[in-house]
Each structure stands twice: as structure tokens, then as C-alpha cells.
Design a protein around this ligand. Sequence first.
Ligand code: FAD
Ligand code: 2HG
Ligand code: ZN
Length: 484
Amino acid sequence: MFACVFNLYKMSDHNTSALLDTLRQVLGTPHVLTDGDLSSYEQDWRKRARGKALAVVRPANTEEVVAIVKACANAKVSIVPQGGNTGLVVGSIPNESGTQVVLSMQRMHRVRNVDADNLTITVEAGCTLQSVQDAAEKAGYLFPLSLGSEGSCTIGGNLGTNAGGTQVVRYGNARELCLGLEVVTASGEVMHGLSGLRKDNTGYDLRHLMIGSEGTLGIITAATMKLFPQPAATLTAWAAVPTVTDAVKLLGLAHQHLGASLTGFEMMNQYSLGLVNKHFPQMRIPLWNETPYCVLLENSDTESQEHARARFEHLLEVALENSCVTDAVVAENLSQARNFWHIRESITMAQAQEGLNIKHDISLSVSSIAAFVEKTDVQLAQEIPGVRLVNFGHLGDGNLHYNVQVPEGHDNAAFIKDYEERVNHLVYDAVKSFGGSISAEHGIGSLKVDTLPDYKDPTALALMRQVKQALDPLGILNPGRVVR
Ligand code: FAD
Ligand code: 2HG
Ligand code: ZN
């Protein structure tokens, strides 16, 4: 018995060094990291977990990704694909075993092609979102995906998580912006799909299976994404609203008056803006201490600035008359508009500065959001006296970040340990009772993998497991994430 275990150990030790040798031959020693400070690859953005990698490998092209996958499959070593490591659900770092390879896409950051006639851009998966936006702008177009993490997150990670962000109400999420993918499969084959076709009904759309699969079904190496004309005029307003019901009313009016020009509709409660005010006191936040909620709304148009402004201001007048808005400020120039967006994008950082917290990334039908908030606010306050709710998000998409911060003066880590499961069940049970989803944009990762079965349709979950088994029979791609 002991001899058997010993042999197994010796064998796996031998396999490991053989694998590392192969990886070094393929990539060159500098791109197979095993020593030194690997914390940026091993620690998640929220500091919720820290893993240990066997190695971090940094391929420069698709052929090298193929060679890595084949070598790892051969050695039965699992792979964790990683982009910018800005994910919020612990899905892009290795587990603690020290046996997983982190495949960082950082070196694959070429823009392969801009096709102006087809209105598409083809980029490698390691391009940061910001660099894709910049490349589109340089060519005279708009790439509208926009997240607070855009300076670090990558297009591969955006597609891996089907990221949303602040422009979804007009342009859709990452899935809707993607026309094609190049993917390395779990067996090391390349699925070529970068033709940029807007119509292709030749069977199952595997692109959509890959998008949002969080690195569990294939490794995205490149993508063809949609481009749009740049808007001629952009108008941004910051409005004070008394209740969530009023914010929903304002959204209805915005749809009615602005039509397809409505590009952003974000809601923030007073406590979330108070955190920004506390941790970034240099920011001047309009109206926040006069009202329970603020809304940030944006209108982008191909019409002239004057015409668009008249319509936008008329919308705000109607909202003031209806009393769903009590006060509003329209940005006078680009820098003021940027400042509004910067305040909104800073909530996540302010919450991180305040300390560990329990995040929820939920979606509901817009028509049931107000009732959900009313009910759940009361339940949480009863369950945890003094609880602080960081309630903000993409109201235009029915997506709230209904986050929970420890009561003042309590220990953050102890709160997470003692309350996280209870709080999650309370919030998710309410979400379920209103027919919503427990993840609107951040995904499942390992943080929600054991919660998902309580809230996902069992038939859908069983099919997901069958898909995983069919596409990754050895279970080498990001195991323990999305489905077990
Ligand atoms: P990672 O964190 O590296 O990976 C995320 C997942 O994708 C992992 O499961 C990983 O294995 C997989 N993956 C990464 N690259 C690939 C690839 N090439 N092929 C296959 N799988 C891959 N998210 C939103 O949706 N909306 C927001 O508004 C938003 N705002 C944010 C603001 C801040 C300040 C922060 C820190 C995060 C925010 N996020 C937001 C979350 C995060 O930025 C997104 O999920 C983003 O899409 C992750 O990209 P990444 O490159 O960092 O991916
Ligand atoms: C956002 O909308 C991101 O800013 C992050 O999705 C949300 O911090 C969060 O909970
Ligand atoms: Zn968000």
C-alpha cells in the first residue's frame, strides 16, 4: 500500500518536471514562471482567495496555446485561463493545490484587423478592453463595451464572462457584440471562426456556448467584434430620485422620449455614493446627500447637439413635473460628463477601501425591481441590525449590484465568515421569488458554484454538465468553476 502511494507520488513528480521542461521548450524559459512573486496571478482582485500555481505560462500566439493545452492534457494537469484577473467571482486564479497551470493571455495583444466595410475589428484575446476601444476610435469607430476595469480586463475575459457594463441598454453585452471566435479546445484543436459573418445558420452556434463559459469549455485566442459609428452628440445627466419606483418611472420616460438614443441608465443609492465621498473626498458628487437615490443617464445621438439637447432637457422637465425626479444636472461639457461617470465607476473601489464585503450581481425584470428592493431591504435590516447596503447598478438592464457591507464597527472578515451564506440565501431566495437571476454579469466562478444548483433550473444544469463532459472529458479546463 505504502509502496504504491510512494510510486504514484514519484511518478507525478517526474511528470511534473517533464511537463515544465516541455513548456519551457515551447515558450522559452522566461515565459514559464514558477518562482518569484506570482501574487498578481494567484490572488483574486477582491482579495477573497489566494491560490498556488504549478506555473504561469505566457504564450505569444495561438500555436503556443495549442502546444500548452496538448502538453497539459497529456500530463493530466489542469489549466486556468487568465486575462486581466479582474473577475469578481474567483474564477481566474488557481486553487491551492499547486498543481494547476495558469495560462495568462497577456502577451497575445495584437489587433489583427479592422474591416471598415464590415464594421468589425479582430483582436487577440489578451488585448485590454481599453486598447480595443482605442483601436476602434483611431479607425473612426466606436467599440461600445465599457467597464470600470477596462484598463486591465481583456477581451478574452470579457467574452469568457459575457461582461456587461454601462452601455448594454443600447449596444448589448459582450455576447451581442461578438461575431466570431478563434478557440483552442480542451484537446488542443483550433476552432476557426473569425469570418465576421452577421448571418450563419450552419448548425449549433458554438460561439455562444464559449461566451460566458468562464474558461471551462475552451480557450478564446481571438475574437471578431462589432464596431459602430461614433455618436455625433453625447449628453449626460445626474438626477436625484426619491425611490426605486421613481427611478423605474424615469427609465420608462427615457425610453419613451429618447428611444434608441438612450445609451446608459445607472442607479446609485445614497450609501454607495457616501462611500465614494468618504474614500475619494476630492470628487465632487452632485446632489447625493439630498436624496435616497441618484440616476446617471446618457443619451448618444447621430443628430446635432442642439436637437439632441432639446429632447434630453424636455425629458428631464417631464420627469420633474411627474415628481419622479426632484432635481437634475446636465453635464455642460465632456469633462463634467466624464466626472459623473468617474463617480459611478468609483463605487467598486470605494467599497474595496471600506473592506471585505458580500457582493450580489443580480438581475430582475425592471417591473419587479422596486418590489424586490423594498422587501429585501427590510428583511436584511431585520436579520442584521445596522447592515449597510451598497445598492447600485445598471437599472436600465434590470441589473443591481445589491452589495452588503458589515455594520459599522464590526470586523469585516468575521462578518463574511458568519453571515455570507445566510445573507446570500436571503437575497437569492428573494431574487428567485421574483423570477430573477443570481448572476447578471460577473459569472459563477468558484464563489457561486455551490450556490448555483439551488437556483438554476435542474434540467438546464444537467445539460450544462453534459456539455462540459462532452467538450472537456478530462476536466482539464478551469475545473471547479461554473459546474462541478
Ligand atoms: P479574468 O478575471 O482574468 O477572467 C475571468 C474569467 O474568464 C475566468 O473564468 C477566466 O478563466 C476566463 N477567461 C479569461 N480569459 C479567457 C480566455 N482568453 N478564454 C477563455 N476564458 C477566459 N464586469 C462586468 O460585467 N460589468 C462591469 O461593469 C464590471 N465592472 C468592474 C469594475 C471593476 C473595478 C472590477 C475590478 C471588475 C469589474 N467587472 C465588471 C468584472 C470584470 O472586470 C469582468 O468580469 C471582466 O470581463 C473580466 O476580464 P478579465 O480579462 O480580467 O478576466
Ligand atoms: C460595476 O457595475 C461592476 O461597477 C462592479 O459590475 C460591481 O462592485 C461591484 O459589485
Ligand atoms: Zn456591473
